[in-house]
Design a protein around this ligand. Structure first.
Ligand code: SF4
Length: 266
């Protein structure tokens, strides 16, 4: 359920004035919002997702901080946690930034709230949506997202709807999958490419698929804190396989690692 914040506040985990890694090929001011409606056991921001880190910050203060950094960045990007849970306040922030800065707007989402994704996509030039597992395998999707198996069917339907609405309006649509050892293998990623990505229709704008490395950052809690990172070569080879399946599509394919950042393979 959406977090009940008034329009003039957002519940914020923190921000970085200049980030080179959050919007592919761009420099962004990145804001982290607190709280998430999924429980991915491998989440790299576990405390933030649980709402354990977060303070109410006035939207006017965030706008001022963004304006101070405006010369150095081309995007304002919001991530989490799950940004769409704070829809009304985030719409207010996007609208103010649209009016008071020249920045492009961007957000990450797990795609669980399609109507919120639709509303925010009307403001944003870049939308990044997770495809955590093959959409044709709801049981696995639920496992990767840390929710009850029974919730998987509705979950994948929501993600599909979010992709559809974002594809209809975002100039730059990024879809991404984290290859978490023990949860997903390259076989499932190929299934995503063959069954899910090839059925996405988008006219105009960029369409990008990013295969991401799992890294046991400090924010990862529990068993996954001891899981080693996805091996670089495995990820690279898998991204190349994906690119083969998508060669007749409009997708640009990348893989993102701690070692080398985002690298394009097709
Ligand atoms: S959707 Fe993202 S923020 Fe939420 S639990 Fe999963 S990885 Fe963490």
């Amino acid at each position: 359920m959406p977090i009940g914040v008034e329009d003039e506040y957002l519940v914020v985990g923190g921000w970085r004035e200049v980030s080179l890694v959050d919007v592919l090929g761009h420099v962004s001011f990145t804001l982290w919002l607190s709280g998430c409606n999924l429980k991915c056991p491998w989440c790299s921001n576990c405390d933030l997702a649980k709402g354990l880190m977060g303070k109410r910050v006035r939207i006017s203060e965030i706008v001022e901080r963004v304006k101070e950094a405006e010369t150095f960045v081309d995007y304002f990007h919001v991530t989490g946690g799950e940004p769409t849970l704070q829809l009304e306040a985030l719409k207010t922030l996007f609208s103010k930034l649209r009016g008071e800065t020249g920045l492009l707007l961007s957000f990450d989402t797990n795609g669980t709230l399609p109507s919120a994704v639709g509303e925010l996509s009307k403001y944003a030039e870049h939308v990044a949506i997770d495809i955590k597992a093959p959409l044709g395998n709801p049981a696995l999707y639920a496992r990767v997202a840390g929710v009850e198996k029974e919730a998987g069917v509705e979950l994948v339907e929501r993600v599909k709807s979010s992709i559809e609405v974002a594809a209809a309006s975002a100039h730059f649509l990024e879809l991404r999958t984290t290859l978490v050892p023990g949860l997903l293998s390259c076989r499932e990623v190929i299934q995503i490419a063959k069954e899910d990505l090839t059925s996405i229709h988008k006219t105009g704008g960029r369409l990008v698929y990013v295969l991401q490395q799992f890294v046991p950052y400090e924010g990862v809690k529990g068993d996954y804190a001891r899981v080693p990172p996805t091996p670089y070569e495995y990820l690279e080879n898998c991204a190349k396989e994906v690119a083969r399946f998508l060669r007749d599509s409009r997708f640009e394919v990348y893989f993102r690692t701690l070692e080398a950042g985002a690298k394009r393979v097709a």
